[in-house]
Each structure stands twice: as C-alpha cells, then as structure tokens.
Design a protein around this ligand. Structure first.
Ligand code: PRX
Length: 636
C-alpha cells in the first residue's frame, strides 16, 4: 500500500485507472476482515448507487485497535494536549485506548443503544471524544459528531434529521480563556428533540449543570457499571459508519453518509501515502498533529480513523492556536516532537500576523512534513509556512478534498511529488478528475480551467445524504450526468497540475469552514424587522473569505440605531447557527438587484462586496437597475 517514489506513484496511478478493482482489492486485503468481499466494486453515478467490497464484513475498530495490540499495544495511539499548557496531558497507548473504547461501548449498550441507532456527539477536543466515536463504531451505532461551536438550534436540526436516540456531551469546554457551557446548549437543543432518550455527560469543567432524572447520566458513573469486554459488532462493508452534516448552496445542511469498508480503506491509504507516515521510521515513531476539530471531516479521517487504522500516533489538541499566546502550535511541536503538522491556511495567515518572535523561540527541528487543508492556500502563506516553519526542509502537502470525499483526492505525496505553491498538484491513485464547462463538456488538455468533477468512484466517496437520497443525486450527480460534481472551480496548468480556485456555487469558505449563503440568509431573515437579505463572500486577508450581508429592514436604521440593529442581527445568527456564521459586514439597503423573474443577481453583489465601484457588467435584465447605484453608494 505504500508508495515510495514518483515512479511508484505513476505505476500505481496507471494501475488504479486500468484495473481499479484489483488495485483496491490488493490494498483492502491488508486490513482485517471477518469475511472477505465477493465483489470489489458495483457502481453507477445515475441513481447513484456505489458499493465497495460488496459482502465483506468487518469492524473498523478491530482494524484501528485490536489489530495493533499484539505488536504495539504499549505504543501511544493518542497524545492529548489540554487547552491549558500547565494542565497535565494524557497519553493513551493502544491497549489503554482499546480498553476505554470497549468500556464506553458497553456504557452505550447499557443505555439502550443498538446497531444502526444514531448517536449525536457534541464534545470538546478531549480524548473522550475519540473514545465516544470509536465506541459507537464498536457496536455498530452511527455517530453524528456536531462541531462544538454550533448553536442549540443547529444541534437540534441535526438530531432531528438523523433521529438520534442518545447524545454524548460534556458539562463544559475550555477554549482559550473561555469556558463554554456545552451541556446547557444541549439542554436548549433537546427541548425540540423527542427522539433523544439519554444524555451522557462527561465531566470536564465542573460547571454546574442540570441533570434530568431518567434522561441524563454521568460518563464517569456509568463507566463504573461496565466491564472492558466488548466484542466488536460484525458490520457489512456498506453499513453506515457515520453521518456528518455539511452545508450546501440550498436549504439546511445535509447529512453526508460514509460506510464502514470503503471509508476505512480510503482514510488509511491516503493517510499513509500523502503524509508518508512512518511508525517505525529511522527516527522512531512519528507523531502526527492535525489541528482540525474532530467535528469536521478532517478530524474524522486524519485525527481518528486514518492514523489509528495505520497504527500511528495522533495528537489531539483541545485549545486554540493563540492561547496562551500565538506560539502555542510551535510550543506543542517542540514539546511533543511533532513530525507532521496538518493545519489550515487561515491558521497560518493568522499566526503570520504575530511575527516571527513567536516561532523562533521554539525548536521545530522534529518537523518532517507540513500539510494544508480546507481552503486555497495563497502563495504568501505557503512561503511563510515553508520558510519559517518547515525551514525549507519539509515538503508541504496542499491536500484538496471534501466532507463528501471521505479522504484526500488531490495532493502531493510528501517528499515524492514535486510541489508548487498553492497547487494541490496531482490526483491520488484511484482518483480520476475531469474539468468540464458549463454544459458538462470535457475540457481537455493542459493550461485550462473548468468545473471540477470526478468520473470514477473511489472507496471513500459518500454513499447518500441521510434520509434523502434524491437530494444526494440532485446535489452531486445531476448537474453533469455521469459525473460527481465537486462544486469547485479548478485550473490544470501546463504540467497537468491542479489548482483549486474555490467554490463555483453559493457555498462560502470562511476560515476553512464551509457555510451556505442560504443558511446565513435564513438566519438573518429570522431577525425581527428584517424583510429580506442576500449574503455573498468577499476576499478576507485572514479568513480567506468574509461574509458580506445586504439587508432590507422594515425601517431603514440610521446612525447609532443601525449599529445596534447590526449587533442584534449578529446575535440572532449566533443563536440560529453559531458564531462561525456571523457576517463580517452588514449593509442596510432599500432594494436588492433582482431580475424580472425575481432572482437576485449575486454577481453584482459580489463585485460590490469586493470593492468594485464601476463596471458591474450587464445590468439590463434587472427589474430596477437604479438599485445598483444605491447599493454602491452605501458600500462598506
Ligand atoms: O472548496 C473546497 C475547499 O473546501 C471545500 C470542502 O469543504 P469541507 O467539506 O468542509 O471539507 C474541508 C476539509 C477537507 C472544497 O469543496 N477546500 C478543501 N481543501 C482545499 C480546498 N480548497 C483549496 N485547496 C484545498 N487544499
């Protein structure tokens, strides 16, 4: 499964295209299966219907835990670095992690969870979050992790969509110098969630919380009631492993579904090859530090499942990059002798702003590979990362992928693929990208741009969107029949290297977080006195994209009143979605540029948000072109 040279990459790539089934079968054989599969792949992109390792049986936790016990039971699986650098951290060996996962799996069973049940997890970045995830997988429960920054309303929407039976949370969370009331937020969410019968609460902050009799139980108390003996549930390769909600261009977030077999194989294969992870390398066991939250796909695939399936050591960090100061990442690298750092361009850009003092007083010589994920990395950030963190001695892997893809699709292989700043470079073996024009016609050759699609499935591709297969078809497989559409624009340069240019739909990428404009508009429109709103993205120095909202209010607010109303609107958005969706700029307007059929011309709003003051292009189809002048006059 391991590629070591560029020649080997090319050979693997060719084989993966010519004979994908035997290519993936060979890789999948390296894992532990209770029963082998009978057919490696069945697929069509029309329904869509995609099945990998058909008839195969396995449990992903046996592959992530049990399989490693004999050879490396005493090696570290998880290293946990708490928010406060003065608090003692935790190292869990494979044996300890196995023990804790089995115990907590028994707690879930004791609380009525059975195979196929959905379990919501809303927790801080503590080892128990990984334990909760793996415990669900152990007994065949489907986990739905909700990022700890989402609001009660967002939790409720996700719980209701998946009809979760149980939620796991903590009393509170530490993030930087803040203490966040997790259980309180869950209590608010549960007012509207009749499917939830149990809440398991981990103690983290000792914040006083209300505990409802018959519904709420303490993690620690429950653990006292169980043993560490929990055989792994035998799962079909195509049984659901998890649901993870993500934003699209319309409506509410959808529950992307990944299944046990294909996801496992793909997360592990990409982890191993992209980062060239070594557990028994010449310099010893490598420490892999992915700074994402487990609440996002990056954390699922490259904090939990990928590293553990490969028997690696994964570092979990509870806090934020700027606490207690902006040197925290470098402090962690130094302290734990981190070999691979995998982070987002937003973090790099924000840390750049604090100057080199914060970097230079740390020993970063353990670093061997640097990764970037979540949004396009601009050249300035790429070079800063390369010069000051990697000391021009660590390959940078700019990894392009999505919640829906389960794992990395386009990326250099560390130290193997020649990199180019801000290019995700080449597709991984098994990945067949294609650029198409608006009409779905393939754009061939090099030195071209188009909409990025995939023409063949890879094992980690989403199978459906929970409870609504038609939505999955419509969103990803209907725009260009026969292709999976990513929603991203892309260019392929003269060398055949891919550079992702950003979303071509109404999805924003703010600080690497994916947010639908429609979602933010819906939240703004819930505010009293708001008649209508339109949200677009604009270039933001640190966040990549900022959120610009144009709002029509029943009464046009002026002066101080406008400031207060803006603050109230931000509070509403925070309440409905969470702080990550708060607009950076709000402009009150008296009208929006609409076509005669009532469609908002976002192109114009985007230009104004970008600071353009003339040259709005063709506005002749607008119902009232004068609106544009007015908006430009008030632009922020
Ligand atoms: O627009 C692309 C951008 O992030 C989107 C996927 O977001 P999400 O599902 O939240 O997953 C993020 C982590 C995998 C993509 O459609 N994106 C992700 N990685 C890159 C990127 N854009 C440019 N370069 C990347 N390396």
């Amino acid at each position: 499964m391991r590629i070591r040279t560029f020649d080997e990459y090319q050979t693997a790539y060719q084989k993966s295209v010519e004979d994908p089934e035997s290519f993936w079968a060979e890789i999948a054989q390296e894992f532990q299966w209770t029963k082998p599969w009978t057919k490696t792949l069945q697929w069509n992109f029309n329904e869509p219907n995609i099945k990998w390792f058909v008839g195969g049986k396995l449990n992903i936790t046996e592959n992530c835990l049990d399989r490693h016990l004999a050879t490396q039971g005493d090696e570290p699986a998880i290293i946990w670095e708490p928010n406060d650098p003065n608090e003692a951290g935790v190292t869990l060996t494979y044996r300890m992690l196995h023990d804790q996962v089995c115990r907590f799996a028994n707690v879930l069973k004791r609380n009525g969870v059975v195979k196929g049940d959905r379990v919501c997890i809303y927790m801080p970045m503590v080892p128990e979050l990984a334990i909760a995830v793996l415990a669900c997988a152990r007994i065949g429960a489907i986990h739905s992790v909700v990022f700890g920054g989402f609001s009660a309303q967002s939790i409720a929407d996700r719980i209701n969509d998946a009809q979760c039976k149980l939620i796991i949370t903590s009393d509170g969370a530490y993030r930087g110098n803040k203490e966040i009331p997790m259980k309180n937020t869950v209590d608010d969410a549960l007012i509207g969630c009749p499917s939830v019968k149990r809440v398991i609460v981990l103690t983290r902050t000792r914040t006083p919380v209300s505990m409802l009799k018959g519904r709420d139980v303490w993690w620690e108390q429950e653990l006292k009631q169980v043993t560490a003996d929990c055989p792994a549930e035998v799962m079909d390769a195509e049984d659901m492993l998890f649901i993870l909600y993500t934003s699209g261009s319309t409506g509410k977030p959808k529950g992307v579904v990944h299944t046990c077999g294909g996801y496992m194989v793909y997360a592990a294969y990409t982890f191993q090859n992209v980062f060239q992870y070594e557990k028994d390398g010449p310099t010893g066991r490598q420490v892999f530090f992915c700074t994402a939250d487990i609440g996002w796909i990056t954390g699922h695939s490259y904090i939990v499942y990928g590293p553990l399936a490969c028997g690696g050591t994964s570092l979990i960090f509870e806090g934020v990059p700027t606490y207690p100061d902006a040197g925290r990442f470098w402090d962690i690298v130094d302290k734990h002798k981190v070999n691979t750092l995998y982070t987002a361009p937003t973090a790099i850009r924000s840390l750049m702003g604090f100057g080199l003092d914060k970097v230079e007083n740390h020993d970063l010589s353990s670093l061997q590979v640097l990764g970037s994920v979540g949004e396009p990395i601009n050249e300035e950030a790429w070079h800063w990362y390369d010069d000051h963190i990697g000391k021009n001695n660590c390959p940078i892997v700019d990894t392009w992928w999505q919640t829906e893809t389960g794992g990395i699709l386009i990326s250099p292989l560390a130290g193997i693929t020649k990199t180019k700043p801000s290019y995700a470079t080449l597709p991984l073996p098994g990945v067949q990208p294609i650029l198409v024009d608006e009409n779905g016609v393939e754009i061939e050759g090099n030195g071209v741009s188009g909409n990025l699609c995939m023409k063949f499935p890879w094992p980690g591709i989403l199978r459906t969107t929970y409870g609504d297969h038609e939505r999955c078809r419509q969103t990803y497989f209907a725009t260009y029949p026969g292709l999976y559409f990513t929603g991203d624009g892309c260019m392929r340069d003269e060398d055949g290297y891919y550079r992702i240019t950003g979303r071509v739909d109404d999805v924003l990428n703010v600080s690497g977080h994916r947010i639908g404009t429609a979602e933010v508009e819906n939240a703004i429109n819930m505010h009293t006195g708001v008649v209508e709103s339109a949200v677009v993205g604009y270039p933001h120095d640190i966040k990549g994209q900022g959120i610009y909202a144009y709002i029509i209010a029943e009464q046009f607010p002026e002066g101080h009143d406008a400031d207060l109303t803006k603050r109230d609107i931000l509070a509403t958005v925070t309440r409905v979605i969470g702080p990550i969706a708060k607009p950076d700029k709000i402009q009150f307007v008296t009208g929006l540029p609409k076509t005669r059929s009532g469609k908002i011309m976002r192109r114009i709003l985007r230009k104004i948000a970008e600071g353009e003051t003339s040259n709005m292009g063709d506005t002749s189809t607008l119902l009232d072109p004068a609106v544009v002048e007015d908006i430009m006059k008030g632009a922020l």
